[in-house]
Ligand binder design. Structure first.
Ligand SMILES: *[C@@H]1O[C@H](CO)[C@@H](O)[C@H](O)[C@H]1NC(C)=O
Ligand SMILES: *[C@@H]1O[C@H](CO)[C@@H](O)[C@H](O)[C@H]1NC(C)=O
Ligand SMILES: *[C@@H]1O[C@H](CO)[C@@H](O)[C@H](O)[C@H]1NC(C)=O
Length: 424
């Protein structure tokens, strides 16, 4: 079938781009050689600032301390979720008399340096939010006019990760503004991972971001819409990344990552199947795995998905390849694929339609881009179960539940010496 051949050609091109991606000149601060993993306030806690009305969920040092403890106690840090990041709404509405940034002193009475020390004492890393413009998206002071001063403040607070948003600025200024902020961060001498919103605003404005310059400046960057707590939001972001993968994937790799935004697993919006889907697809995309969930109330099943070792290993694979959507089949089934080290390949097949019964899918191995070896061993990704050995001329068949569930699997060559037969 013509379509199948076409897909195989695309797949080969992907492999070539991946093996040459080290030629993309990129930020060289040594940070985030694997996609960052952590926890961020925004999606779940937004800009709740009234601690009288919402004492347990307002943006405050109490919230950060509590969630930081749970990141450790719940096994999230041990699984790799190491950054805890405060998004917007931590600031005082005005700068201090000397022009420096200061937190809201009611919600952060101990100050940011003390909070950062506490987070570090637990073995976690500390991240914070600012905005390139005159004001943050929620109206607090932005860094414009204070880049060097604010970078020094962040370094003095031992901030390990800065998310710099792009509200209230001229979009055209980002091309010089974000690099200027990175220069200021670098000049502090303190290693600060740099998360940029630069392309997200340019993409929404239908400008073509200079991803080469962005990868040279930022460790990760938001490309597209903010994620919300719904399957529609997760699915639309996924589709945007699939539709734009040819432009994005060459700039993706160790130290520099496209960012489709937070995991929303464990909140109000996703079913268990849709949660498995987000975890599997974000892993295939080698996306940052940044949780935004209340760890006090998360269900056991959501926690198990977030902590799945095999999915995390696929996400953190040292090649750092951005997975791609390689097939669209009938029933809106789509297949994504990501090359892993040791000649393994991870796949996710997604069935988004809400039509009741599970769907049966059969795909030729050649349409999965498999053919370099005679035989392949197939494993289910979540549990590592062996699913069978298939010759490269075979067809692989499976079933997926509807409404946004996935079948996630990985393959390795069944070479005689079985040198790859260890678990992920
Ligand atoms: C904000 O800063 C001003 C002046 O520095 C101070 O008087 C005020 O108490 C602060 N308010 C809060 C909520 O932090
Ligand atoms: C600053 O940039 C140089 C050159 O890219 C790099 O080697 C160094 O690690 C950076 N330092 C920090 C603190 O980011
Ligand atoms: C993109 O940025 C790079 C520097 O990183 C520069 O060499 C190149 O000319 C820029 N491309 C465009 C189209 O502006």
């Amino acid at each position: 079938m013509k379509w199948g051949e076409h897909v195989v050609v695309c797949f080969i091109v992907l492999v070539c781009l991946c093996s040459y991606k080290q030629h993309v000149s990129s930020l060289d601060n040594g940070l985030l050689r694997q996609p960052p993993m952590g926890w961020l306030t925004w999606q779940r806690f937004r800009c709740v600032t009234d601690c009288q009305a919402d004492p347990d969920t307002c943006i405050s040092e109490k919230l950060i301390r509590t969630q930081a403890q749970l990141l450790v106690q719940g096994g999230y840090l041990a699984a790799g979720y190491e950054y805890i990041i405060i998004d917007d709404c931590w600031l005082n509405g005005t700068r201090a008399p000397d022009g420096s940034l200061q937190p809201d002193n009611k919600r952060f009475p101990s100050g940011i340096a003390a909070l950062s020390d506490y987070v570090h004492s637990l073995g976690l890393k500390f991240g914070i939010y600012e905005d390139y413009g005159t004001e943050t998206c929620a109206g607090y002071p932005g860094v414009l006019g204070h880049l060097v001063q604010d970078a020094k403040t962040f370094a003095s607070w031992k901030v390990d990760y800065l998310k710099l948003d792009g509200c209230n600025a001229d979009i055209k200024d980002y091309d010089t503004g974000y690099p200027a902020m990175e220069d200021a961060l670098n000049a502090t001498g303190y290693p600060i991972a740099f998360s940029c919103s630069w392309p997200a605003y340019q993409e929404s404005a239908k400008m073509k971001p200079n991803y080469s310059a962005i990868a040279h400046t930022c460790n990760l960057w938001r490309n597209w819409d903010d994620i919300d707590d719904s399957w529609d939001s997760v699915y639309s972001i996924l589709q945007w990344f699939g539709d734009n993968q040819d432009r994005l994937s060459p700039f993706h790799g160790p130290g520099h990552w496209n960012d489709p935004d937070m995991l929303v697993i464990g909140n109000f919006g996703l079913s268990p199947g849709q949660s498995r889907a987000q975890m599997a697809l974000w892993s295939i995309m080698a996306a940052p795995l940044i949780l935004s969930v209340d760890l006090r109330t998360i269900s056991d099943w959501a926690r198990d998905i977030i902590l799945n070792k095999n999915l995390i290993a696929i996400n953190q694979d040292p090649l750092g390849a951005m997975g791609r959507r390689i097939l669209k089949l009938s029933g809106s089934v789509e297949v994504w694929s990501k090359p892993l080290q040791d000649d393994r390949v991870a796949f996710v097949a997604l069935y988004p339609e809400p039509y009741g019964t599970p769907i049966h899918v059969s795909i030729k191995l050649s349409d999965l881009g498999l053919g370099r070896y005679q035989d392949y061993d197939f494993f289910e990704s979540f549990y590592g179960d062996f699913l069978g050995r298939h010759h490269y001329t075979d067809t692989y068949s499976f079933t997926i539940n509807p409404a946004g569930d996935v079948h996630a699997f990985y393959v390795e060559s069944a070479v005689p010496e079985k040198r790859f037969r260890k678990k992920l």
